[in-house]
Design a protein around this ligand. Sequence first.
Ligand code: FPP
Length: 255
Amino acid sequence: MGLGKGVTAEVIEPALDQPPRQVPRHVAIIMDGNGRWAAARHLPRVAGHRAGAQAVRRTIEAAINKQISWLTLYAFSSENWQRPEDEISDLTGLLRHYLRHEVAELHRERVRLRAIGDRARFGPDITRELADAEALTAGNTRLNLTVALSYGGRSEIVAAARAVAEAARAQKLDPATLTEATFSSFLFTAGMPDPDLVIRTSGERRVSNFLLWQAAYAEYLFPEVLWPDFSATHFDSALADYGTRDRRYGTRSEP
Ligand code: FPP
């Protein structure tokens, strides 16, 4: 594809202009380990997801306390639709409950909520509640909380490529001038900064189709803790670890 010369420089230059960032602007989390947490306690998987929802609350609070501006949580992947129906129903039930009972509190805390992913798959009621929550909290600036729901990085990129092709066909966009920044504006995350730090809990070391484009230069951290046990202390240690990372964006540390 004709992404053209200069595209690489466009991405690297801003990083070269800045000193290494010690505090991440954007933290993204793959919340993994709910099932293992429940199994270790001889509880049904739903108990793990419920405890996971408590960890979501704690993490939002920790992010606010640490003045993190952007927090993105992977709550439901496009692959999660392949789980048994009762688990899908438990997860969608939790999401519905969360939207009905927690959005007012998020708004009080001046959190802006956004959802990325194929939200229509959750049906009209959740789709509408998500839109209402986004509209209610649109003016908030303390924490930008993004929840990835029915989200898959590859399908997001394919949808963006399709939209670019359609814009080109309609002669609204010249393919020869397409840049990474223009392409990014066709993603769900248009207007959001890229994640600086991606955390995956439970010791699994996989990216699992999460923010594939956006995390190109992110630092990754794979703590062993299962998501329901994730606490403010784990969050703080992750920030401390990030603070030691030397982000080079493909450049050298020495001249
Ligand atoms: C991964 O654990 C977690 C999920 C698939 C769902 C994440 C959902 C929550 C944290 C709760 C609901 C969130 C909101 C925003 C209301 P797993 O089931 O894959 O665990 P395992 O790998 O140990 O089996």
